[in-house]
Design a protein around this ligand. Structure first.
Ligand SMILES: [Fe+2]
Length: 199
């Protein structure tokens, strides 16, 4: 079975005014669809990889034939990261995490506000295109990582908990060069229940 583009779990305009409808349309229907299509095309002659999950593939890129490895790393990362991306939002959400996640955040960063400040710093520090992530390691320890392009935290041995896409395709139509403002508004649409389950 080839990898499938998941349907957007809400309307294109559901995250307005923080994420605008036009960006959502292009981001899901063009960019995410493009990664999905190119991932499947890269694996066409190695269909045994269709049986693996995308996390299994990205966690062991050495197992991917060298000829297609870069394509799988880029498009597989793009496919996986955007699956996580749509899932972590919902209209009318925001607020703060709860339960074991907020305890772990407080223990690691001091407070939710300090975590937000560090996360923002990481996201602003990604040069060019990439992502910033809150991740956990095998011992459930939280940390922040910035990754270039579509390189995946899964390839570094981490489980992504929360990610922000800082490719310009994610914010340029609405925010132009104002990445900081985009990051500040990102919190308004986070569904912490979904994020908490990942933790
Ligand atoms: Fe994106």
């Amino acid at each position: 079975m080839a990898f499938e583009l998941p349907k957007l779990p809400y309307d294109y305009n559901a995250l307005e005014p923080y994420m605008d409808q036009k960006t959502m349309e292009v981001h899901h229907d063009k960019h995410h669809a493009g990664y999905t299509k190119k991932l499947n095309a890269a694996l066409e002659n190695n269909p045994e990889f269709y049986k693996k999950s995308i996390v299994e593939i990205l966690s062991d890129l050495d197992a991917v034939p060298e000829k297609i490895r870069t394509g799988v790393r880029n498009n597989g990362g793009g496919y996986y990261h955007h699956n996580l991306w749509w899932e972590q939002f919902a209209p009318g959400k925001g607020g703060k995490p709860t339960g074991s996640l907020v305890k772990a955040i407080d223990a690691k960063f001091g407070s939710f506000e300090e975590f937000q400040a560090e996360f923002k710093k990481t996201a602003l520090g990604v040069f060019g295109s990439g992502w910033a992530w809150l991740v956990k390691d095998k011992n459930n320890e939280l940390s922040l990582v910035g990754t270039p392009n579509q390189d995946s935290p899964a390839s570094l041995g981490f489980d992504p908990i929360l990610g922000i896409d800082v490719w310009e395709h994610s914010y340029y139509l609405k925010y132009q060069n104002r990445r900081a403002e985009y990051i500040d508004n990102f919190w308004q649409v986070i569904d912490w229940e979904v994020v908490g389950k990942r933790f």
